[in-house]
Write a protein that binds this ligand. Sequence first.
Ligand code: CAO
Length: 445
Amino acid sequence: MAIEQVNVPDIGGSEGAEVIELLVAVGDTVAQEQGLIVLESDKASMEIPSSVAGTVVEILVAEGDQLVEGAGVVRVEVAGESGDDAPAADGAAEAQPEPAPEPEPAPKSEPAPKPEPAPKPEPAPEPAAAAPKGPAPIAAADTAPATSGVYAGPAVRKLAREFGIPLAEVRGSGPNDRILKQDLHQFVQRSFEGGGAAAGAGIPAVPEVDFAEFGAMEVTSRSKLDKLTATNMHRSWLNVPHVTQMDDADITDLEQFRRDLKGEAERRGVKLSPLPFVIKACAVALRDNPQLNSSLSGGGEELVYKKYFHIGMAVDTPAGLVVPVIRDVDKKTIWELAAEVMALAAKARERKLTPAEMRGGCFTVSSLGNIGGTGFTPIVNTPEVGILGVSKAAVQPVWDGAVFAPRTLLPLALSYDHRVVNGGDGGRFLTQVVALLGDIRQLLM
Ligand code: CAO
């Protein structure tokens, strides 16, 4: 028997995540890959799986703790393994001839230290390089630019989130232009004086209503993910001058092609919905309309044109809305995209997405095609500048010059940030997407 400690793996990003749920208790038997706790960061909630099978002998965290990569989660008595064999078991450490060297204290500007894989010289309660139990030190995040070009510590980011302050618009007065709390205070003050543009400033609050006055009701608290989505939507709504353009793509031929591939899709174990084609068409149109693949930077003084084509897809889950990102869409086949749509949607619904899988998007596709509706106006997922809303395809009569012919039309709505994308850019982009979906042979070009 050996005791092994399970630590937080790479959760993508050094800002830490909050323990929102304990899934096991002391005495529980756990299988390898079984979820131990649920962490919730700014971007996602995710289960942390056990790297070993055995019996939980100690829980090292509590709900509300902030954890970073390497922090101890639980200690597990591993069945059927000798202490000598267990590489990370604390109890095995004494069998090691050489103690592992203590890691150098990380310089303040380095990212969060990774856990030392070598065995420890003593059965210390925590690995030296891992974050200790309880609220984890996330000081390293102080200098990590989670948003391109923005340096701010977790406390400042939290405060900014709470007040809906766009950090990209705040001038930092700390070293390396790091944003300090006082910078947020000044930003808000300036906005009240009319010198800034703090989101929410000057907007009359909606009065609270006692709904019980009018009938039976139930109050539930919102999940962190729900509240974060609300903040992100509000921020985008207030900061981004939105324009939405609509068009219908004639996907009659695409639908025939999809039907022809049904057998092949089953053989490959892939579900081929219209979505992978839409995502692929967006990547081609982003390549040809770089304005849609850009982001504002430097407080609006600069535009960053991205040379990669990572596309986020909105996924509706019981825990809330999440947007995993498919990377390098331009380099992937429709089959690869279909498999990735399925895999990411499944991971999203099982709360297994990591923050890394939700970062770096250039553009978002939000498909409500399986739900219904003839159109909607999606909200731009800042700092991206464009989002495509996809509604439910339907057979419609289309005049072909001689008669009304039945055609399958897919309603599309492109919302964009009018500070960056003008009507011409948006119109060309959407027209190209429509043309590509109308004749998918063009996707090969
Ligand atoms: N028109 C008609 N039918 C469509 C369609 C469309 N635009 N899009 C999908 N369908 C069909 C699919 O073909 C499939 O039917 P079959 O099983 O007969 O082939 C069915 O609807 C279900 O599709 P799906 O939802 O499983 O797959 P998808 O690839 O279309 O979408 C995903 C995957 C993850 C994007 C989707 O499930 C989802 O979560 N959508 C919600 C996104 C959302 O919440 N957006 C709002 C964000 S802003 O609040």
